[in-house]
Ligand binder design. Structure first.
Ligand code: ZN
Length: 197
């Protein structure tokens, strides 16, 4: 049935479980055709307007095609290329950018390693290694979530980057354990950045 397929499609969304997926389907059933048409169009237009930055791997909305698949941060010559901050997700990068306290560059992992060590293929470890080897930043700042998965990922990154002999620091945490960058305010991020070690 189509509704089952739609539930499956919603289940792929981050943080969405079966009950929520079903609620979305019933919600759409109760909405007007105009609403659903507009939603469908927005999804398609957003998708076709998004590019993936070839340097930090974030997704961004294309505004200037002259930049050849570089996002605003990576294309900015005034950003400090000696600092490379590694974040888990696109929204983490956006949140740090919004605070304006960081002037370096980024790399978006696209997830974390699970505790069993699985999922290595799902995050951009190879791309990270290649970027660090090529661009040789002076310092890498690990800014993953303060969770067990985040710590596991940090340890793994430190191990694979070891041969490149680059300085690796971690955000100091003014954050309670498990707090994520996504939900942190300017002061917290600023403190975490200044307190890195
Ligand atoms: Zn970029």
């Amino acid at each position: 049935m189509n509704s089952d397929k739609l539930i499956e499609a919603f289940l792929k969304f981050p943080g969405i479980g079966p009950r929520q997926a079903k609620r979305f389907v019933y919600f759409l059933a109760g909405e007007s055709k105009d609403y659903v048409d507009q939603l469908t169009r927005l999804i398609l237009e957003t998708k076709s307007g998004m590019r993936q930055c070839k340097s930090c791997f974030r997704y961004y909305e294309e505004q200037n095609s002259a930049r050849e698949n570089l996002c605003r941060v990576c294309a900015d010559p005034n950003r400090d290329s000696d600092l490379l901050m590694i974040v888990e997700k696109d929204v983490d990068l956006e949140n740090i950018e919004r605070t304006g306290v960081y002037g370096g560059k980024y790399f978006v992992l696209g997830g974390l390693l699970s505790l069993g060590g699985n999922g290595k293929a799902d995050i951009r470890l190879k791309q990270l290694f290649d970027k660090v080897e090529k661009e040789k930043p002076a310092e890498i700042i690990l800014a993953t979530s303060a969770t067990l998965e985040g710590e596991n990922t940090n340890l793994y990154i430190e191990r694979i980057l070891e041969p490149l002999k680059v300085k690796i620091s971690r955000l100091g945490r003014g954050l309670s354990t498990g707090a994520e960058l996504e939900y942190s305010d300017t002061e917290t991020i600023s403190n975490a950045l200044n307190g890195r070690k």
